[in-house]
Design a protein around this ligand. Structure first.
Ligand code: LLP
Length: 424
């Protein structure tokens, strides 16, 4: 569900006409809907409520804007963080430390100390050397670190290779066959309380079967670990549920169907479950609004050149991802076109030979489902400053991130004195 609809022929974000925002803030601009975030958080929580008292920890990497995190916090969600930076942002937005889990293969000593000091709920460890480092840091600080191993169940998630994480050749987790040995080693280390187990096999999953296989592996491991004397109380099932991007594709499984599967597979586990949804919460809560600079003739089809580039929205060039492209004031006429940005790379292409609303120079166009892994992955390539972000709620709207001025890019660099002297 999304709160971007045509009213009187003009696309609105909730009750705000998108052209009003574009006129005030300029383009490109990311627009987020508070109502969609709140709704998705509620739908997900309700879908998994039957599993007891789960912790739903929003994957901050999907969209770490403070306003988004504040909306997530208000909806009662915790956070899944993968860096000290994400932890700082989650805490700044008021997400309580006891609802925060820390994932990722490369946690540093400094990040571990920061998270221990904050008092987070659980560290999801991805290797024995990482467990040894956490043990040393915790022992030095005189505290006990609540921890889990993330296991790699060796299942094919059936998604894009770059966002699959649960195959044995991926860098994530410890091989499930090594889990018993790893827990035995970690349990013998000081400063660690190994009460959890975690899994996450990939993102934008459109089939529940691989998730179910991964969870079954976790269930079998919980039983084995308990037999070996480990007191497993928490199972973190990760994120990964896909969202609809292309209206012509079958819908991904609903949160309800996911919740029913989880309840069935985890029955009798006798643990507290943790979930780490990212895209499902914010994906359809955002759109990237851009203006057509010009339409250029092409051999096969015209090029619609818009003022957003691959630096603003990387997903199409990185993963060949599909984002629906719609005119903010559609005339009803359609055309087959290529939609491209201004960046000097052929990869700066959002759509090739796609049937879209006919648009002309000056028209506004929206890339839909741009709330997750969009603004947060932006860069400044081609010296294009970071885009503004806006949040709406009903008929109210606010800038939640200023457009970066080009002066900020220039000021961040410095010229070494020898070049200054030679120029003088
Ligand atoms: N938990 C862990 C440990 C993760 O690595 C991820 C995502 C999530 C949770 C959240 O997954 P979600 O529910 O959002 O699918 N940039 C890519 C997606 C990368 C996902 C990385 N990990 C994209 O634009 O598609």
């Amino acid at each position: 569900m999304r709160h971007f609809d045509l009213r009187g022929g003009v696309m609105h974000a909730e009750d705000v006409p998108i052209p009003d925002i574009a006129a005030a803030v300029g383009t490109p601009v990311y627009i987020y809907s508070t109502a969609t975030i709140a709704r998705h958080a509620r739908v997900f929580r309700e879908a998994v409520a039957a599993t007891g008292d789960p912790l739903v920890a929003y994957a901050v990497k999907a969209n770490p804007n403070q306003a988004v995190l504040a909306a997530v916090a208000r909806a009662g969600l915790g956070a899944d963080v993968v860096s000290g930076g994400e932890l700082a942002r989650a805490r700044a937005a008021g997400i309580p430390a006891d609802r925060i889990v820390f994932s990722g293969v490369g946690k540093t000593e400094a990040e571990m100390a920061f998270a221990l000091d904050a008092g987070i709920y659980q560290f999801n460890l991805e290797s024995l050397p990482e467990a040894e480092m956490l043990s040393a840091v915790a022992a030095r600080m005189g505290v006990t670190a609540p921890a889990a191993f993330r296991v790699n169940p060796d299942v094919d998630a059936g998604t894009h290779a770059k966002i699959s994480t649960g195959k044995s050749e991926n860098k994530f987790g410890i091989p499930h066959r090594d889990a018993l040995g790893a827990y035995a080693r970690a349990a013998a280390l000081p400063g660690l309380a190994m009460h959890g187990i975690a899994v996450h096999i990939g993102s934008q999953l459109t089939d529940l079967a691989p998730l179910e296989r991964a969870f079954e592996t976790v269930g079998a491991l919980i039983a084995e670990l308990r037999r070996a004397g480990h007191d497993i109380r928490i199972a973190d099932l990760g994120g990964g549920l896909g969202v609809p991007y292309d209206p012509d594709q079958p819908l991904p499984p609903s949160p309800e169907a996911y919740g029913v599967m989880v309840a069935r597979v985890t029955r009798g586990w006798n643990v507290r479950l943790v979930f780490e949804p990212g895209r499902m919460i914010v994906g359809n809560a955002g759109a990237l609004v851009t203006r057509v600079i010009r339409v250029k003739e092409g051999v096969e089809a015209p090029f619609v050149i818009v003022d957003a580039g691959m630096n603003d929205l990387m997903r199409p060039s990185l993963y060949d991802a599909w984002h629906d492209i719609v005119a903010v004031r559609p005339s009803g006429a359609k055309v087959t076109a290529n939609v491209v940005g201004p960046v000097c790379e052929t990869g700066d292409t959002f759509a090739t030979l796609r049937r879209i609303d006919q648009v002309a120079a000056g028209d506004l166009v929206a890339f839909m489902t741009a709330g997750a892994y969009a603004a947060t992955m932006a860069g400044t390539y081609n010296s294009r400053p970071l885009t503004a972000e806006v949040m709406v709620s009903g008929d109210r709207w606010a800038v939640v991130r200023d457009r970066q001025p080009i002066e900020a890019l220039i000021a961040a660099d410095s010229v070494p004195h020898w070049l200054d002297e030679e120029n003088a």
